[in-house]
Write a protein that binds this ligand. Sequence first.
Ligand code: C2O
Ligand code: CU
Length: 701
Amino acid sequence: MFEPSIELYDDQVNNDFTVAILQLIFWAVLARRLYRLPFSKTAHKLRRSSRRLVVGVVVGALLVPARLFTILVMGGYGPQFAADRLWIGLPLVAVPTIFALVLTLPRLRRFAVAEVADRQAPPTPEQRLRAAAPAVTLPARAMTIGALIAFARLIFAPTPPLFIPALLTFAVAGGWILVLGRRHRARTAGVDVRPMPRGGARTRRNLVGTVTVLALVAVYAAWDWQTSKLPDSYSMMDHAMTYGDGPEVSGHGHLAAGAGGAKVPSVSVADLTGPRTGVPDKRFTLTATDARMKLSSSAEVDAVVFNGQLPGPELRVREGDLVEVTLVNRTRDVPTTLHWHGVDVPNAEDGVAGVTQDAVAPGKSHTYRWVAGQTGTYWYHSHQQSSVQVRRGLFGPLVIEKADPGPANLKEFTLAAHVWDTDKGEISSLNSYDTLRRETVPAGTPVRIRLVNSDNFLKTFTLAGVPFKVTALDGNDVNAPTELSKVKLPLGGGGRYDLEFVMPAGPVRFADLAAPDAGLLITPDGKGELAPLLEAPDFDPTRYGSPRPTPFGPGSDFDRSFQLILDNKPGFFDGTPYYLWTVNGSVFPHIPMLMVREGELVKVTVVNRSFLEHPLHLHGHRVLVLSRNGKPVTGSPVWLDTVTVVDGETYELAFKADNPGVWMDHCHNLEHAAMGMTIHLAYENVHTPYLAGRATGNVPE
Ligand code: C2O
Ligand code: CU
């Protein structure tokens, strides 16, 4: 409808909120004035007030088209941004407004033009009764209620299908208005208007109203609080499953439906391992320890690290290698795991505590074995209480080299952009450098920067002093990348970029704009300075490089489709109140599992109605971007494992269900995941024997 601007999305939401609040306040005042109109001191004052109220009703009515406008603007971002506003919020205010225009307005106009003989005389009982008629007072009151409920609906946005939420909302509004209507009618039952309650009676009435509302809110909150609590021990198999849009799949319990309805044992996640035998091509040991570490500025981090390094050592393997990594836990009290972010390993090697294994306790070890089937830049990190452990340092880069590793003089920099909690506060760094890092690379040398965003938030990077190519997104090669200069590279939490250039004769500066004074300065001769590039347009991966055939695409026949609507609402997660980050209106464990059958082609539509970007990370699969904000990908195919959906955006994604297991699909703002922004993708007839929860020691997020 309107061409949406993603940068302006938050402003548009605020505009819509503002009109909704204005409507509420304006009509609340109007309703109060109308209710008191019969008690004007004189007939003259009644006439004067009526004139003002005529203007008030007209202005108040204009707020409906104003709201319609802000709703249509929201609709520009996509139907899921406007549907609830249009079909639930708008009728709640439009219908009472029509009543106010049809019933209240003509009556007010009659009072406004009435002859007043004696300016000092009080209104007659008859005049008072007419001014107190429900046709005069009730529509405005109904409007206040409608606006109040419409506003609450904005805060607790319902998710489709909207039919039931709409019905419930209208029922509550209608019931409330009926109750009030009886009171309004009762006022005019006698020969004169029943006087307004005063003193004790009035206090009592207000008290009863307030207590009733508070009691209802308290009951809802208590119920929400209790049902949010996670059991001390639970299985991912316990939560509800969803079939999305597609054929029904048989259950996912320890028993699955076999031929003729017989129950057959389903596959255990524990059996979906990598090769258990065979001599590994690459073997690593990662030993976790507690350590006090220093950044380059000498700020200190109370860290947990692998092999005494911050971040952990770079693991380098080659395409096709059988990789064996042994995790040894020598921490005092940090049970942990290893997850291979972006590598589609067999499910049992995925490293998610409570889903694919038990957390490795201090003093214990665990060995992971998998074959490197992909190439590119990845990373490994703990998947036990990851919001805390990754932040403190239990992560490192993982590079899978191509069979042909490129020119012999290629110079590589692997940089993890991280935010550390230090004794000097929160500090952004590239690896352990929170000050400017200087490197010397001879002119003419091919350079590759492997960039990992190991932080929670979207970060913006720039590379100044040289034209460069973005050669890979999340480890996946870009087809026919072209040269870029003067762009900002936005990268969500968990995501990766590979950047390549040939070292020029002058300096090159790479910067994380969160800490532009730090960064990496590469010079050909150890001399020279270059300021970081601070302002430039954003790089858009969906319009970069050239198309290339993909195994499936926007026109494919999908076996199954899901819609994930990301939003906010006040509520509880595991007994603690938060402003929640929700998926389809709920948080873990109340978000249903995404259930698929092996071999299916699956489409996922992600709509971000919330106030922040969410880097959605699906384990075990790569997803192909079909469209972004309704526009198809025009450049190279975009394959990702972490899709950062900015607020206001809609992504259509597709993947092939070709890696059976129970997989995490969560926001890689690990704080959000830890507050319940976590889903699972599970295959039919696969179950996990592992348990999560306080009593089990497994904390998947
Ligand atoms: Cu990088 Cu589920 O994680
Ligand atoms: Cu998030």
